[in-house]
Design a protein around this ligand. Structure first.
Ligand code: SF4
Length: 201
């Protein structure tokens, strides 16, 4: 499976302190996508389920994990990987939020057997002109599906935040900014970096 990033604690893509998993590969090519570097799969991101399991286990052995958020890329670009990964994550923690650029009807028809592992699904391509800074949703055309009713109240309380938040992670690859960004945020960052005389990574 191709996994570009695993970060913890992600607090801006679902309630609590979560393990965020960025899966590589996406065919949607949405204009304004904040992770175009994840459209293609690179060999350096190829990881076995065994090693993913060890990584998840090592995080869970040290920290409290409230849930998982799978994003990317599009996790459903790799349905075979999801068939391995989702049942494993489900045993660890049932609060699993999955983003996909496909629509729910398509996912249900094609990969319906995987939906039992997903607590919440957010579907639909990113449409830049419909990005109004909503919490959890990149653009207003996207829908939130509560597939496990147990988690509806928890997510609805989280959605009561007025605006979405951004979290910056300092990693070996530089700073990774996580969350739902408003259109034009990259230009803003570039401007700030050049104003401060810093170098982009
Ligand atoms: S589905 Fe997500 S990762 Fe894929 S192009 Fe659209 S915004 Fe980017």
């Amino acid at each position: 499976m191709y996994i570009a990033r695993v970060l913890y604690p992600v607090e801006v893509l679902g309630p609590g302190k979560r393990i965020g998993i960025w899966m590589s590969g996406c065919a949607h090519m949405c204009k304004g996508c904040s992770n175009p570097e994840l459209w293609r799969q690179h060999e350096k991101h190829n990881i076995s389920m065994g090693n993913m399991g060890k990584l998840i286990e090592s995080i869970c052995s040290k920290y409290d994990v409230d849930g998982f958020t799978l994003t990317g890329g599009d996790p459903f670009y790799q349905p075979e990987a999801l068939k391995e990964l989702l049942p494993y994550l489900y045993i660890v923690q049932k609060d699993i939020l999955v983003y996909t650029g496909y629509e729910y009807g398509f996912i249900k028809a094609k990969y319906g057997d995987l939906l039992k592992y997903i607590a919440v699904l957010i579907d639909g391509k990113y449409e830049e002109e419909k990005n109004k800074g909503a919490v959890l949703r990149g653009s207003d055309n996207q829908n939130i599906y509560y597939l496990n009713e147990e988690y509806r109240t928890k997510y609805q309380a989280y959605l009561e935040q007025k605006t979405s938040k951004i979290q910056n992670f300092h990693t070996a690859d530089g700073v990774i900014s996580v969350g739902i960004h408003l259109p034009g945020y990259e230009e803003g960052i570039k401007e700030l970096v050049s104003r401060k005389g810093l170098e982009e990574v």
